[in-house]
Design a protein around this ligand. Sequence first.
Ligand code: GLV
Length: 325
Amino acid sequence: MDRPKIFVTHRLFEGPQAKLREKFEADYWSDSERPARAEVLRRIADKEGLICLLTEKIDNELLAAAPRLRTVANIAVGFDNIDLDACTRRGVAVSNTPGVLDDTTADFAWTLLMAVARRLIEGDALCRSGQWKGWNLDQLVGADIWGKTLGILGFGRIGRAVARRARGFNMRVIYNDAMRAPVEVENEFRAEYMEGDAVLREADFVSLHVPLLPATRGLIGPREFGLMKPSAFLINTSRGPVVQEAALIAALEQGQIAGAALDVFEREPQIGHGLLRPNVVLAPHLASASLETRTRMAMMAVENTIAFFEGRRPPNLLNPDAWKK
Ligand code: GLV
């Protein structure tokens, strides 16, 4: 039997790549630069499967260019790059990689939180500049973390992993989510449910963990910054468009908040010029980027694809209606 033809838009790590080779006739994009859209559309034309990154837009145009396509495996938990309804209409089964990146992402939210509160990046720059003149009482004084209030918007797997880490810092944890967590979960994570506005008003650190949906696009805008304390920090490891970037820049300029630490941006890879400030820590969408976790994510995408072509339901199928077809 012919092996299914698939297109993989990025080099995978050794383990997942070897597994793919056994099962598929795989066309790999192997440059470190992402493939241009025209190249993706050209290569997908005769493929039955696609393994892609969150930077690939899976929309009607791509689906029209891929008449034989039956499955898409996104190497990411977020899937706002994929028009799921369009895939379902065409019977294309879509999967993602939930669960394996929660702790790694939570670690990174904390990395950002601590870096911005304690001015680590400014300190690092001072050390490298050769301008450091020695210890000084008020040099680069930041904000305490321990004992403060952590506000979490989006209390799913990642939000909870962030909350769990707050315990070691003796923090109060408050959260909001479209669905309130069961009381056992609140007790386990020592997290207190509040209205979204109350979380913004009371938190010293607001950390975002919602998926990008129509309801969360632009969730944090001028009104929300107006509610936050001038001493508070915003941490974003979710998706850039959850925050209105222009409003964030205005809030920073006007001192409505003390700072921000961002792993995601409204128009990646562009970063609003107004964000290039000392009280903003910037990262290039790295939250799940540990070797272990990225390898696991790639392996999951491979396993979802193998399951599909072996006639088994992909373990992380997002659109069961496409599977029934
Ligand atoms: C990364 O941003 C992901 O959604 O996995």
